[in-house]
Design a protein around this ligand. Structure first.
Ligand SMILES: [Zn+2]
Length: 67
């Protein structure tokens, strides 16, 4: 089995859609939010609240991240 470099995308992290930070899915500091059947993970409660208010804004491919 080839070893996966530690700096590659880790399967246990997801990208916070608001600030584009990596978030550990086992203990997301900002909790999670479900939207249209998908679960999103957040680095902080502020990101989760922002996303829950305007998910379409943060899921738009033209959105580049903030904060
Ligand atoms: Zn965030």
């Amino acid at each position: 089995m080839p070893k996966i470099p530690f700096f590659s995308h880790h399967p246990d992290v997801e990208i916070d859609p608001v600030c584009k930070m990596e978030v550990e899915i086992k203990k997301p500091p900002g909790g999670t939010h479900e939207h249209e059947g998908a679960t999103y993970y957040f680095c902080a409660p502020g990101c989760r609240v922002a996303f829950s208010k305007e998910p379409e804004k943060y899921l738009d491919p033209s959105y580049e991240g903030s904060m």
